[in-house]
Design a protein around this ligand. Structure first.
Ligand SMILES: Cc1ncc(COP(=O)(O)O)c(C=O)c1O
Length: 360
């Protein structure tokens, strides 16, 4: 079997050892005699998987003991709305740093609930960077500040903790969670779709502080109510059993490979390899500003759209898959999540050098 070098933005490459464990447990989950897709989520065997997932998330990410860890459905896109619905009262203010398409969507959903506002917005600059602290002012009455840690489409990322200026801090960590260090305790709520660094699509990790839990109003629709999900240990309804299983295995793999610190070091090396090539010649035109370059998603243009098309096509023929940029930016995007190996990046850079030699 030939697995391609997978640079997809998500769903994305997973550790081979985890995919192999999944394959085996599909037939017989942890020796229970019942397959992972067939076992009751109320069984002891499956409950042990969920308990282990929560414990590993807490250990690996350094989640404070009094925070709540949930595995929900509906993707990060549902969290755009749920965060506002649970944390804001109608008419209350919340401020957003608008650094890309996902941040725009988060803001749009929050406006359904309260007086949400984009207080820093890089749309006129086609989202080339994230703000530094001091470039925005959080409104005095804003309940929280929301930011998107890594902008998957544009390839920009914060390399500092955004200053919430004394307000509560909320983050969409979908595309760099567990790939870079994050101070969970500095946040009151974080959420992340699993399908980049954590597992398959269909499961969303949500982590809430005691303050966030205390803000949840009475009477929300059950499926949109964090308290309901917390009370039932993410099993108010039938969860994504396969998704949580894989997430648990991915965290086990992370723990065996140096945790977030190990991933951070490997990701820095991969990103360094690719950015060094991008800076070598003006043939490549990196999208992100220097201070905002993402280590997870790297985006660049070529001198023409024809060359970009040719690049993607020839790369695919050379076993390098998933490099076409998102339709809203164009060009090339290489996503290099935790499970992507250095060898894949080395292969990409060799291909790039050859491509430039022939077409530059
Ligand atoms: C940063 C970020 N936020 C949110 C989303 C939306 O996630 P989902 O498709 O799980 O709703 C994505 C998807 O790629 C993303 O990259």
């Amino acid at each position: 079997m030939a697995r391609l070098h997978n640079f997809s933005a998500g769903p994305a490459v997973l550790p081979v050892s985890v995919v192999e464990e999944l394959r085996d447990n599909l037939l017989d989950l942890n020796g229970s005699g019942i397959g992972l897709m067939e076992i009751s989520h109320r069984s002891k065997t499956y409950q042990a998987v969920v308990d282990s997932a929560v414990a590993r998330v807490k250990r690996t990410l350094g989640v404070p003991d009094d925070y709540t860890v949930l595995f929900l459905q509906g993707g990060a896109s549902l969290q755009f709305y749920m965060t506002a619905l649970n944390l804001l009262r109608p008419g209350e203010e919340a401020d957003y740093l608008v650094t890309g398409t996902w941040a725009q969507k988060a803001l749009k959903e929050a406006k359904r609930v309260g007086a949400a506002k984009g207080i820093w917005d890089d749309a006129p600059n086609n989202f080339k960077r994230v703000p530094q602290n001091g470039e925005y002012t959080v409104r005095e009455n804003a309940v929280y500040l929301h930011y998107t840690s890594n902008n998957t489409i544009y390839g920009t990322e914060y390399h500092h903790l955004p200053d919430a200026q004394g307000h509560h801090l909320i983050a969409d960590l979908s595309s760099d969670i567990a790939g870079v260090p994050v101070n969970i305790a500095a946040h009151d709520l974080i959420y992340a779709g699993a399908q980049k660094n954590l597992g398959p699509s269909g499961v969303t990790l949500v982590i809430l502080s005691p303050w966030a839990m205390s803000r949840v109003p009475e009477g929300l629709p059950a499926m949109l109510d964090y308290k309901v999900h917390a009370k039932d240990g993410s099993m108010y309804n039938t969860p994504n059993c396969v998704g949580i299983y894989v997430l648990e295995r991915v965290f086990a793999w992370m723990e065996a490979n140096g945790g977030v610190a190990g991933a951070t070091a490997r990701n820095a090396k991969k990103a360094g390899t690719l950015y060094t090539e991008l800076d070598r010649t003006p043939f490549w035109r990196p999208h992100a500003a220097l201070d905002s370059r993402s280590v997870m998603n790297v985006t660049w243009r070529l001198p023409s759209e024809e060359l970009e098309e040719k690049f993607v096509k020839e790369a695919k023929a050379a076993t390098l898959d998933g490099l076409k940029g998102h339709r809203s930016v164009g060009g090339i995007r290489a996503s290099m999540y935790n499970a992507l190996e250095q060898g894949s990046v080395d292969a990409l850079v060799s291909f790039m050098q050859e491509f430039e030699r022939k077409n530059g």
